[in-house]
Write a protein of this length. Structure first.
Length: 153
């Protein structure tokens, strides 16, 4: 958590705290209106709810495309991990299917651009390294094992 906080500037943190404050005020207004069964206020509050965009935070964190590529390692590793998950109660089928589609599209892009440089097999899985826009990107694709769902009673 501290690592993530250090990566954002102070202006971004102030903005995130303001967004959190707006969401708390919105939730408090909605809760009060629902408790009083004031449906007109509920409707008005829903129409005027805060619309949040985080584009400016992303643009501040990654001013150029190359900066975004440098931080692609962790994102790709998580995508490949979630794409191997089975459909469970806590992992919806749509989420794992979307991750699977994104990983397949990314691998096709790597193949088409012939950017793959190194591959290594370990206990964790397959390590891949590709060169994208002059930056080395390394990610892990886990081994495909059968998942057993253990239910404790």
């Amino acid at each position: 958590m501290v690592y993530l906080l250090l990566r954002f500037s102070t202006s971004s943190l102030v903005l995130l705290s303001l967004i959190w404050l707006y969401l708390q005020v919105f939730a408090k207004k909605m809760g009060k209106a629902r408790a009083l069964q004031d449906y007109e206020t509920v409707k008005r509050t829903l129409e005027n709810r805060p619309h949040l965009t985080l584009d400016h935070i992303v643009k501040e964190r990654y001013p150029s495309f190359v900066d975004a590529i440098r931080d692609l390692d962790d994102c790709l590793t998580l995508l490949f991990m979630f794409s191997t998950f089975p459909s469970l109660q806590h992992v919806p089928r749509d989420q794992s299917a979307l991750c699977r589609r994104l990983t397949v599209e990314f691998l096709h892009a790597i193949i088409a651009s012939q950017a793959l440089r190194k591959v290594f097999v370990s206990i964790k899985g397959y390590y891949f390294q590709a060169e994208i826009k002059g930056q080395n990107v390394t990610w892990i694709m886990p081994h495909h094992f059968c998942f057993e769902v253990i239910i404790y009673m």
